[in-house]
Design a protein around this ligand. Structure first.
Ligand SMILES: Cc1cc2nc3c(=O)[nH]c(=O)nc-3n(C[C@H](O)[C@H](O)[C@H](O)COP(=O)(O)OP(=O)(O)OC[C@H]3O[C@@H](n4cnc5c(N)ncnc54)[C@H](O)[C@@H]3O)c2cc1C
Length: 395
């Protein structure tokens, strides 16, 4: 049986679901599929302990497509970014306040499980969107007028536009023969949540020493205690050992690594480990196919860039399809999408890569230079403002 849709989205991670909600909200007939089977809440939460900081432009877009309203209650605003260089004898502490550049926070932190629940609730209200779990794309064939998608249940779907949101190892991208530039930083990130003694006051804190940043991002209180999400980056070898430490030893270690900025830290969730890599595809499109999110780019988790960049992809693609007379997957639309989004992604891949290398440095001279750089950026007001605007995607 051959089914017909306007858009097929392959991949129902956060980016695929945001795309399904956005294109569905604009009235397109959408099928979104993902091989993962539906899980009960606790199993699902065990899969992904991460939180995501949604920066101002992403929050505005999610509001526009009717999703933010469903997650707002479980978000925590990020009003100040505190950067601490803890490598020397003396801590260098610099605050970057959102009030310097606008009347709203830099962003809002939301658990991935809460965002996913909000997106599924939104998609349920859209009769033109079908999200099927336990189903994957096996192969695709494209012609100038349409894409034909073969699914793992034997069904075939024809569509005008195929959106590949099937992640960093995308099989659609491989089949299309589009090359990827890949950098392995030989680091891993541990992500987990903690409660702590000192309130975070909506300040997101990055502590730099060696090996990579240790970031504490505000969350709403947990069981009456102040709560934050942690992303801790360090050399992969160190991270393998840390993950298997007993809880009390681990909690002492993270309290020490945080410089004690929020008092004693107590881990309250399972700890996930992620490899730190960056990736960028040569092209953001193939015939009838748009590559979005981690299919197109991967950046290290510094400065909350990854999913925010993906939301920018979705917004740009939606604007282009909405204004494309009647062929949403035409070469003209896809080329324009590539021209708009690839340079932006490339600049983020390079920028975040440089920040990561600066954070990894070891040795007195190098860490001293990093602390001086931080001082200089903070001191020069126009530079500080530009960097803050760049960081949240307002430039
Ligand atoms: C520790 C950490 C912290 C982070 N914090 C932030 C942050 O604060 N802000 C931010 O913006 N970003 C952040 N990121 C990045 C962000 O989490 C990722 O960009 C995002 O989760 C990736 O989502 P995705 O949908 O692109 O990919 P994925 O989540 O990998 O989704 C891809 C989906 O495709 C499916 N799939 C695979 N093969 C097929 C197939 N053949 N057919 C159909 N479906 C298929 C998979 O099952 C999967 O569900 C962080 C990342 C890490 C590691």
């Amino acid at each position: 049986m051959i089914e017909r849709k306007e858009i097929v989205i392959s991949g129902g991670g956060l980016a695929g679901l945001i795309a399904a909600a956005a294109f569905g909200n604009s009235g397109y007939k959408v099928l979104c599929i993902d091989p993962k089977k539906s899980k009960n809440k606790s199993q699902q939460e065990n899969l992904d302990m991460r939180t995501t900081a949604y920066l101002q432009p992403s929050q505005i877009f999610l509001q526009k497509i009717g999703v933010w309203q469903l997650v707002d209650g479980s978000s925590a605003p990020l009003k100040t970014m505190r950067i601490i260089d803890a490598a020397g004898k003396k801590l260098t502490v610099k605050d970057f306040n959102s009030s310097d550049i606008s009347g709203t926070p830099f962003g809002w932190n939301v658990r991935n499980s809460d965002m996913r629940a909000g997106l599924l609730a939104k998609i349920k209200t859209l009769p033109n969107v079908k999200f099927e779990m336990g189903l994957s794309t096996l192969s695709t064939t494209t012609r100038s007028g349409m894409a034909r998608v073969s699914l793992s249940n034997g069904h075939i779907v024809d569509c005008s536009l195929l959106i590949a949101a099937d992640g960093r190892d995308s099989s659609i991208r491989t089949q299309a023969g589009v090359a990827v530039k890949y950098t392995d930083f030989d680091q891993s990130a541990l992500s987990f949540s903690v409660t702590h003694e000192v309130p975070h006051n909506n300040i997101s804190t990055e502590v730099h020493k060696t090996g990579g940043p240790f970031t504490l991002v505000p969350l709403p209180d947990f069981e009456g205690k102040p709560c934050s999400a942690i992303v801790w980056m360090d050399n992969s070898e160190n991270m393998d050992q840390l993950k298997s430490l007993p809880n009390t030893v681990f909690d002492n270690l993270i309290t020490e690594r945080s410089g004690g900025v929020l008092g004693k830290l107590t881990s309250i969730t399972y700890c996930n480990k992620w490899p730190i890599v960056s990736q960028l595809t040569d092209y953001f499109y193939a015939e009838r196919t748009a590559f979005i999110a981690e299919t197109a780019h991967v950046v290290p988790p510094i400065g909350a860039q990854g999913l925010n960049l993906s939301i920018g992809d979705i917004e740009a693609l939606l604007q282009l399809t909405d204004s494309s007379a009647n062929d949403i997957g035409s070469l003209k639309v896809l080329k324009k999408y590539h021209q708009i989004r690839r340079p932006i992604a490339q600049s983020r891949v390079i920028g975040v890569g440089l920040l990561n290398r600066a954070s990894k440095v070891e040795g007195t001279m190098a860490t001293h230079a990093r602390a001086m750089g931080l001082n200089a950026i903070h001191k020069i007001k126009p530079l500080r403002h530009v960097l803050m605007q760049l960081g949240i995607g307002l430039r």
